[in-house]
Structures are given as C-alpha cells and as structure tokens.
Write a protein that binds this ligand. Structure first.
Ligand code: AMP
Length: 417
C-alpha cells in the first residue's frame, strides 16, 4: 500500500512525501482508514511503529477539511492526552510536520514549567491541544481550556498512564469532553484494565494491533550475561571500560536504582546521568539533550522516563534490570537498531530475574547469545559436586575457568566495594 491509496488531502501527502515516507507502516495501514471513517479505535502499538502518524495524519486530514480554510476563531477540536512531557513534545512535532501545509494551529502543554506562555497561546486559540493530564486539568480548572467544540480525543500510551497513576485524571478528562466525540485509545500493551477503560470510554471501537518483535530482532545483536545482583554495577563498569562503550542507554527498574548506578559510574570517571520521574521536566530535557549531542556517554533511565525518547542510531542498550513484562524488553531493545542501523542489546540477569528471562525468551523466540566469559558469573556456579549439570556452562573447562573467574571477580570487587 502507498500513502496515495489512503485518499488523503494533497497538503498531507506533500508533507508525508517530504518526510521521505512512501508506504504507511502496518499500524498506519490498519488504523488510518477506520479513523477517516469516523470510528472509535483501540490501537495496540508501541513507540517506534509509527503510531503517532497513525492518529495524527487522519486527524489533520479531517480537521483540515472542517476548519482548515475557515477564518473562524480557533477552538480546540482535538485533544491528545499523553503521560510525559517528552511524549507530548514529540507528538507536537509530529502534528507540526504532517500539518505544515494546513493552517491548523497546535499547542503542547505540560507541567514542571511556567504556565504563562501556555496560557497566552491558549488565549490566541488552537485547533489541536497535546497535554499531560495534570497540567491540562489545572488549566481547565482555571478556565483557560474549553472543550465545547472538541471532536477528537486521543488517549496515548494508556498503559503507561495507568502505571503512572494518571488514570483518575484521565477519567476526569473524559467526563469534561463532549460525548459525541471520536475517541482513539493507544497502548503498548493490552492488560485487562486497559480493555475495561476502552469499554467505558469508547463507542463500539475497532481494534487494531501490531507487534514489532521480529522486525527489530534481526538487526539487533542480543546478548545476555548471568550475573549476581550485587555484581551488576561492577559488570556495567567493566563493559563500559573494557569494551569502550559510549552512547549507552541503560535501563533500570527504579528511580533509586538509576541514581545509584549513576553515582557508582561517576565515582569511576564515567560521564553518566539519570533520567527519571523525580527529576524536573527541565532537568530531564537537559540530560536528554546532552546525551543526544554526546556530551554524556551513559544515560540511565527508568522505563517510564525512557518511553518515547527518540534517539537516532543508538548503538547500545543495556538492561541493567530485566523488566517483569516481556513486551517491555522488546520495547527497550527497539531503542537500538533503528532505521536499519545495527545495534547491540546487553541484558543482565540475576538469579531472581531468571523467570523474567524465561518469559522474554518465550516471547521473542530468538537465540540470544549467552556471554560466559566475564568476571562476575553467578556465585553458585562454583563447582558443586551435588549440583545438577547446568546447560549454560556445559562447555566450560570447569576448574580452570571458574578459578580464573573468581580471581577476576575478586579483583573487580575490590575496585567496587
Ligand atoms: P512513532 O511510533 O510514532 O514514535 O514513530 C517512530 C518513527 O517512525 C518516527 O521517527 C517517524 O518519523 C517514523 N515514521 C512514521 N511513519 C513512517 C512511515 N510511514 N515511513 C517511515 N517512517 C515513518
């Protein structure tokens, strides 16, 4: 299928063409016709699949027809609710890109920064409003946001909104907008709670979904290191130093964990910074900019903070902690190997994370290379006459290998603890 086959207005075709897009991505191919036909839609798709354009393009097409050439005062016709500032900014940029040959005006609002410029823009009038939930409700309460003319409501990254505790805010927002709207709900995963939300907020929705698993796996070299929890920081530093890694995105499970990893790396002269929800929006953006222009070499992030970060050609992704949701693994490693460039994903698996790794293997169904030659193997891999054979270490010359490792392990441990 080509974009020409979607009967989109010339102004959008031109903008899409200039972006170098020829064919719609699978989520676009599936979602755009339903949205153009006025249907409510639930889209199961992750960042990286082209899902922003999947809703932005048909919305721009419809709004351009309705209000594009009219001289009427601008009123909010489309509201996109998304959980983080980074996502809001990226969605705003997409609307700018695809709508550049229309005169639709869009505005992105989020918390953590002064509301004054946002209010000024709202007063001038906008057609499309992209917002994080807290700031949106805040400005609505102050009377700066009027939903009377709203036609489109988009709930983006709904599972993340649920995870981040925004769901009550989302419920409030849905109550504020007209009932005769067209609602689009996007989510990277479809847990029961999201299905229930879709049933409550949407009217006979169409369901479309895409899984990006196999498309990324082929160009990403995936490696796994079995390492004790307490040795993970040592192993991370060892890899960064010995393999001379830079431009590395490291995923951790908690904000506290992110700060600890950064502290440990900095102590050893590695230029690292953390990005997570406890940091102010301005600080997050600053860190991200420094990482993008390579002023810092290691970015340590929680999943929530990393969602939506679009960094081109990221060579390394390290799963310092394994995610408990296997789809999150796919999502994380999709940060490398973008746009056809190869990339390496490195995962650390401690004993207690083994069940997570098994779930991931079940989902991705590809062979991941186990890196056995490193200084921090699981400690109970030491020779044990009662132990059952372990397939992972089957080929190793036992005594020699293990003693070398424990020596190296001791040496590295000294440096770290
Ligand atoms: P998203 O999933 O919305 O974060 O989009 C991921 C990336 O795919 C963005 O950098 C878009 O510019 C790009 N993209 C979206 N649609 C297409 C398309 N049809 N062809 C090529 N690239 C696209």
């Amino acid at each position: 299928m080509l974009f020409e086959d979607l009967s989109l207005s010339n102004s959008i075709q031109r903008a899409v063409h200039e972006e170098g897009y020829t064919s719609p991505t699978p989520i676009q191919e599936k979602a755009i016709p339903h949205i153009l036909a006025g249907k409510d839609l639930v889209g199961c798709a992750q960042t990286g699949t082209g899902k922003t354009a999947a809703f932005a393009i048909p919305i721009i097409h419809n709004l351009h027809r309705i209000v594009g050439s009219s001289k009427k005062t601008k009123q909010i016709r489309c509201l996109v609710v998304t959980p983080t500032r980074e996502l809001a900014v990226q969605i705003g940029e997409s609307f700018d890109t695809y709508g550049k040959y229309t005169n639709l005006r869009q505005l992105t609002i989020f918390g953590g920064v002064s509301q004054v410029p946002q209010v000024d823009q709202l007063k001038k009038g906008v057609d499309i409003l992209i917002a994080t939930p807290g700031r949106l409700l805040d400005l609505h309460k102050q009377g700066f946001v009027d939903f009377d003319h709203l036609h489109f409501l988009v709930l983006d990254e709904s599972d993340l909104m649920l995870d981040m505790g925004f769901i009550n805010d989302v419920r409030k927002i849905v109550k504020l907008v007209p009932t005769n709207r067209q609602t689009l709900l996007f989510s990277a995963t479809m847990p029961m709670a999201i299905r229930e939300l879709a049933d409550t907020f949407l009217n006979k929705p169409e369901y479309v979904s895409v899984t990006p698993v196999s498309s990324t796996a082929e160009i990403i070299e995936q490696q796994i290191y079995f390492v004790d929890k307490t040795d993970k920081r040592g192993l991370l530093y060892h890899l960064i130093r010995n393999e001379n890694l830079s431009n590395v995105l490291v995923f951790v499970r908690t904000k506290h964990g992110a700060d600890n990893v950064v502290k440990a790396l900095k102590k050893h002269g590695v230029n690292a910074e953390a990005i997570h929800g406890d940091k102010s929006q301005t600080a997050r953006q600053r860190v991200l900019d420094h990482f993008k222009n390579k002023e810092i070499s290691v970015l340590v992030a929680t999943d929530i903070a990393a969602r939506g970060i679009d960094i081109e050609s990221l060579p390394y992704v390290i799963n310092f902690d394994l995610p408990n949701i296997p789809e999150t693994y796919v999502h994380r490693i999709g940060r490398t190997g973008r746009a056809g460039n190869g990339g390496i994903s490195i995962s650390f698996c401690s004993k207690d994370e083994e069940p997570y790794w098994k779930d991931i293997m079940k989902l991705i169904k590809v062979n991941v290379k186990t890196i056995k030659d490193h200084p921090f193997p699981w400690k109970d891999e030491e020779p044990n006459p009662d132990a059952k054979p372990d397939l992972r270490n089957k080929k190793k010359p036992e005594g020699k290998n293990n003693s070398r490792k424990s020596e190296a392990s001791k040496k590295n441990k000294k440096r770290w603890y």
